[in-house]
Design a protein. Sequence first.
Length: 245
Amino acid sequence: MTPLAGKVAVVTAAGQGIGRAVAARLRDDGAEVHASDLDGALVASLAGVRASALDATDSARVSAYFKALPRVDILVHCVGYVHQGTIEECTQEDWRRSTEITLDSAYHVLRAAIPRMKAHGGSIITIGSVASSMKGFPRRAAYTAAKGGIIGLTKAVAADYLSHGIRANAVCPGVVDSPSLRGRIAELAPTMGGMAAAEQSFLDRQPSGRFGTPEEIAGLCAYLARPESALITGQAIAIDGGIMI
């Protein structure tokens, strides 16, 4: 089945993890997928998409990228950065890096994409997190603040552009097994007695007893991209293995 045949989808941070799984799923659902990543080599290895290197924090480059697209029907913005630390452990540089990568990139990308969508409508999906305005987690001060901003921005866009047929929703994962998670586990391992203990500390957050997969997140994004989800807009949807129960 190709429920997205004839649609043009744009996926940011598509080189690995959630972004890569989303790009592959939308491709398999029939969309023409334009996939970008800061690391162009990573996204270039994904077959069947139109790959580009793109720094989503660079406003001018983002604007030029979207102007060159044939049209935009679906946007999935996956760019993010996880700073580990309390507010005392978060320097101004850490704070600025977190907000620049996670929240400022969403501003640049959505601001460039929306003019390409206003004439015909479409679906915007941002990747938020349950670590946001939904819930606080230890040692996630900057990350939680930035992801809370993502949810707020998504809701504002949904309210502003509903009359143009544009929907906007935030998909909010729990702990997902991805290269980013594996990097955080490795970073914590020396202070927690090894990799197994560090991994367990993340598993303990998931009432389901397992990590989510990028493909599960991609499945929800694919649903929000399709006409069947036409009444869903302005929502922050947790997909978290029971964290928010």
